[in-house]
Design a protein around this ligand. Sequence first.
Ligand code: NAD
Length: 494
Amino acid sequence: MSDITSVTPDREAELLARVPTGLLINGEWRDATGGKTFAVEDPATGKTLLELADATSEDALAALDAADAAQAAWARTAPRERAEILRRAFELVTERADDFALLMTLEMGKPLAESRAEVTYGAEFLRWFSEEAVRDYGRYVTTPEGKNKILVQRKPLGPCLLITPWNFPLAMATRKVGPALAAGCTVIIKPAKFTPLTTQLFVAVLQEAGVPAGVVNVVSSSSASGISAPLLKDQRLRKISFTGSTPVGRRLLADAAQNVLRTSMELGGNAPFIVFEDADLDKAVEGAMAAKMRNMGEACTAANRFLVQESVAEEFTAKFASAMAGLKLGRGTEADSKVGPLIDGGARKDVHALVTEAVSAGARVATGGAPVDGDGYFYAPTVLAGVPNDAEILKNEIFGPVAPITTFKTEEDAIRLANATEYGLASYLYTRDYARMFRVAEQIEYGMVGFNAGVISNAAAPFGGVKQSGLGREGGAEGIGEYTTTQYIGIADP
Ligand code: NAD
């Protein structure tokens, strides 16, 4: 690891001093009931960055009081006005990209260049939904019988609970807040306890952009269920939008069933990265690096299983392993760091357990294969070749910089292996044959397919999965509909 630090301690301290540490309820920053706080640490050093107010169930309900009280006026606010607030928020986040990027790197660990890319991606949801806010169409048609009319309009759902994960601290918040505000919903945000600082700074920007009191509330907390449980029981809440793991999503769906809540669930993935023998192998390696190593592999879209046609497996593995071995590890704030630490010690242990199991099942370590000694939760970029199809690593989300490779003979084999999982979020496909691209895309059970593309996230595209990867879509023309309900009025002819 390098000890060249590109960000000075003074700059870090100055930024941290500007992050609000309270709960945002009804437009005011306040302490948690009982005054408890929790520590947010830097995963590259294990040191505490800030102490934040630790919201209780009582605080969560106070946030719902505020969201409920603000709902009617926000729903009546002109769409253009809501759009302009979101547009101002987009501009403020973009102007302060360096602050947001550094804050994400400090609390999450990813290299600064990746944090900057996330700011661009995350801010785009604010711009995209500022444009969608004024294009929420309904319809007015004559009935098939030829008399009377049908008027269909979309209305905001009402107060929403937004629960976000730690891996993309800004983008996961903007991807929910953008469409919710555009649709006219008020929100309560519960960020992940590892990375709440970015959300705290983001909502301060929303306030500055003109979001009225009560429309956006934030209850950072060390107890996730202490926040979600009382809210899901309260009939004033109309929706939960959750991004996180499938087991937690499943539990929240069960709780949400009590009040028949609208739900959006962006859950885990087990993305196949399929390389056919006719692919441009250099481009496939470049795509594999992006699909695997973005966010150190801590992404729901991360390529989790590399399925490579037998005839090119050796060449692909050698090129991929050499590219992985060349990556520089280091604290995300170091200028030349390409791979940061994992989020915590537990995550690193889980990753290593999967590697160890695969090796004992017969996989060969082409590069990496072990934790890195020293400060922080670093793990060596790893390529495993010849992984048997029943290895645990192919069944579980790895959430780390490890690429297991397995081979296939025919297109049918590739499709069968790709679908052999309960997940169905992202998938990747490398081939020069467009007819094959359509054939395979048609048969694989995934919400998203990257065709000769290792990065597919885009605010203009509907992000989401099938099977146990979730329900609903974020972004694109579909995104705003997650926050609206349909009302129809039957109108008799005069
Ligand atoms: P997680 O499920 O542990 O936590 C996600 C959020 O839920 C956090 O805010 C957490 O505090 C909260 N939470 C945890 N337990 C809870 C409970 N019992 N009740 C209410 N809330 C609870 O997931 P994570 O480790 O933060 O994130 C990684 C997971 O998220 C991976 O599975 C990844 O694939 C998934 N993910 C999915 C997408 C997507 O768009 N599909 C995007 C990013 C991450």
